[in-house]
Design a binder for this molecule. Structure first.
Ligand code: 4AD
Ligand code: MG
Length: 452
């Protein structure tokens, strides 16, 4: 702080100079309730503003919390008052004041302001209360500041952190597969084409095939990366770009694969419940729901699921796909996830190993989240036999030329192996009871949305 500023008592300059550069001087808004009676310095964005006679109530947010500050005309100098008069929603402000208890304030405390300054006034913020979802998505670069989105992003970060922790503790290593590929992992119909010099490349649908190569070098790997799907579906659970966590394990059979999944989901549910309790509560999710998630989860074979659906009066027969509607019916009443296993071979990906007990089906499992959410994980034991793989690729009309390298790994030191892929946004949709997975990613991409 310059001596000149002090002498001339230019309050704005005093707040502007120095104070915030001393770490300790800046109080985070989630800490204000612990500082009753103290004079503190805070800065943040104007969240809301109210005016009553000669008092301005300015709610300030800083990403950690939201606190009300009160600026009384007869208690502050003119410059502070003028600043508090001029600010817009989302203007950046800094202030010095004393923390007092006030049960009328949203957090039970407020800051009685001594000095107030606008750091960045900006333009009037274009988001008001009753804007349509589409309009808010059009200006996602601004609406990403909304509390609901920010909280979902915090949960997502915790989920990813906890998953990594779980796998790292078991000596998995994280690897990075290419995003530009020559062939499909999950079927040709949802590939995005990219011009690659004089060739065509495809955006990765999954890192799985590459992980299957790497598990022959080190047996426990995982990928946390975007997956791209030219998915024309307009549902609350599909995007064209989403983040998938994909562990792949050498020497794991399908039972070991499912056990790992349920233990991981139990772990992350408990971690979220413990570490993000207040955010979950804001989403009307009782953390106890997540603490109650306990492995092992039930396993329902596809054949049994078809019978269950028929019993409920649904028109469906063996061989039909189980889609969103059916998954909803199967999971509506549940409070724990469940595995849907052994689906018909013809409906499933080419790399899934045949079920020796019923060769019409494969050794796969989708983990369905409860409360009608449905699939959050897809996984399987992989075909490890070269000839079985060739036959399956022929049956599915896949061009072997595109998969030569993948076939190659089945010729040299191949072992039984399994893996799974978890859609991170779908998990957050379940845990935070979100309407749509679009709110679990800062900038969603769907068939109709490539901007901003
Ligand atoms: O079931 P999927 O297609 O499986 C795979 O990609 C395998 N290669 C995974 C593996 O075994 N390594 O996708 C896996 C998960 C789904 O269960 C779902 O949670 C999510 O990814 N997912 C999507 N999430 C959002 N939008 C979409 N369009 C999604 N498609 C799949
Ligand atoms: Mg799937």
């Amino acid at each position: 702080m310059s001596l000149k500023a002090l002498k001339e008592h230019k309050l704005a300059e005093i707040i502007g100079a120095g104070l915030e550069s001393e770490d300790k001087a800046l109080t985070r808004l989630d800490d204000v309730k612990n500082r009753i009676g103290e004079e503190i310095f805070v800065r943040g964005w104007v969240y809301r503003k109210r005016h009553l006679n000669d008092v301005n109530f300015v709610l300030v947010r800083d990403g950690f919390g939201i606190i009300q500050s009160t600026i009384r005309k007869n208690e502050v100098d003119k410059s502070s008052w003028d600043y508090s008069e001029e600010v817009y929603i989302e203007s950046v402000v800094k202030l010095i004041g004393t923390v007092i208890e006030d049960e009328r304030a949203p957090e039970g405390v407020e800051i009685k302001v001594r000095e107030f300054k606008t750091e960045f006034k900006g333009d009037p913020f274009p988001i008001s209360k009753d804007q349509s979802t589409e309009m808010l998505l059009d200006i996602r670069h601004l609406s990403v500041r909304k509390q609901g989105i920010m909280n979902a992003l915090k949960l997502k970060a915790q989920l990813v952190r906890s998953c990594r922790e779980f796998l790292d503790n078991r000596e998995f290593i994280e690897i990075q597969p290419p995003m530009l590929n020559v062939s499909a992992c999950e079927g040709g119909s949802t590939l995005f084409e990219v011009k690659y010099f004089d060739k065509i490349a495809y955006l990765s649908q999954s890192g799985q095939l590459y992980s299957e190569a790497v598990v022959a070098a080190y047996p426990l790997v995982y990928v946390m990366a975007p997956s791209f799907r030219a998915e024309p579906s307009r549902t609350p659970r599909h995007m064209t770009e989403f983040w998938q966590l994909e562990p792949e394990m050498a020497f794991y059979n399908q039972n070991m694969n499912m056990k790992l999944q349920e233990e991981m989901i139990e772990y992350v549910c408990h971690e979220l419940a413990k570490k993000q309790k207040s955010i979950l509560e804001r989403f009307k999710r009782d953390p106890k729901d997540l603490l109650a998630i306990k492995a092992p989860f039930d396993r329902i074979t596809y054949t049994k699921a078809i019978d269950m659906l028929k019993e409920k009066g649904i028109e469906i027969k063996w061989g039909d796909g189980i889609g969103l509607d059916e998954e909803k019916i199967l999971t509506k009443e549940l409070s724990q996830p469940v595995f849907l296993t052994n689906q018909p071979k013809v409906l499933r990906a080419f790399y899934m190993k045949e079920n020796p007990e019923d060769p019409r089906t494969v050794l796969d499992a989708d983990m369905l989240a409860p409360e009608g959410i449905g699939e959050i994980i897809g996984g399987s034991e992989r075909i490890s036999d070269y000839n079985e793989l060739i036959l399956r690729m022929k049956a599915q009309n896949l061009n072997q030329k595109d998969y030569e390298w993948y076939l190659d790994i089945h010729k040299y030191g191949q072992v039984p192996h399994s893996g799974f892929g978890m859609g991170t946004e779908r998990v957050i949709r379940w845990m935070a009871k979100l309407e749509t997975i679009r709110d679990a990613i800062p900038f969603p991409r769907t068939m109709n949305r490539l901007y901003p």
